[in-house]
Write a protein that binds this ligand. Structure first.
Ligand SMILES: [Zn+2]
Length: 168
């Protein structure tokens, strides 16, 4: 049984996933309130109550805008399904600046794609139209809630409406 709890910001926006123990501490300190409870019971020295499935913080946590989250090689590869965006290869993966740095390209989610080493060296310092090599997908910042799907193997039913609400 998973003991993960979905944590929502004061605005109901999904924030992260924590352990049931951590969620109980937040609730006892009145920093969070339960929105959904599970069948599982928590026993303290004095009483017992149902463990939360979803909690909402009573204070607002400032979240960096998705576009400003730091670009990392690992996140780029995960976003691109570990697949070269030029030829589809899954071997010898590197990351490539679509508009090369030497041509003024920035290190941003929108300008970096997964590329296998052969495609990367074939493209070199050329622009996509000069090399006639265009990424298969339009590079974007990753799904802001991807971390939630990575943190748990199965998303509980009680979480869905909060994730769907936030995705709209
Ligand atoms: Zn390739």
């Amino acid at each position: 049984m998973s003991d993960k709890v979905l944590v929502l910001n004061a605005t109901y926006e999904p924030l992260n996933v924590c352990t049931a123990k951590r969620a109980v501490v937040l609730m006892l300190k009145r920093k969070a309130e339960p929105l959904e409870v599970s069948e599982r019971l928590y026993h303290s020295s004095r009483d017992a109550f149902r463990l939360p499935d979803v909690i909402k913080l009573n204070y607002y946590v400032k979240v960096p805008r998705e576009g400003s989250r730091k670009v990392s090689r690992r996140a780029i590869l995960a976003r691109d399904n570990h697949c070269c965006q030029y030829c589809g290869s899954r071997a010898h993966l590197t990351i490539d600046h679509v508009i090369p740095k030497s041509r003024g390209g920035a290190t941003t989610w929108e300008n970096i794609v997964t590329s296998c080493a052969p495609c990367n060296s074939r493209k070199g310092d050329r622009l996509p139209r000069e090399a006639n090599m265009h990424p298969r997908t339009n590079p974007r910042p990753p799904d802001p809630f991807a971390f939630i799907y990575m943190a748990v193997s199965d998303i509980r039913r009680s979480w869905l409406r909060y994730l769907e609400y936030a995705a709209v």
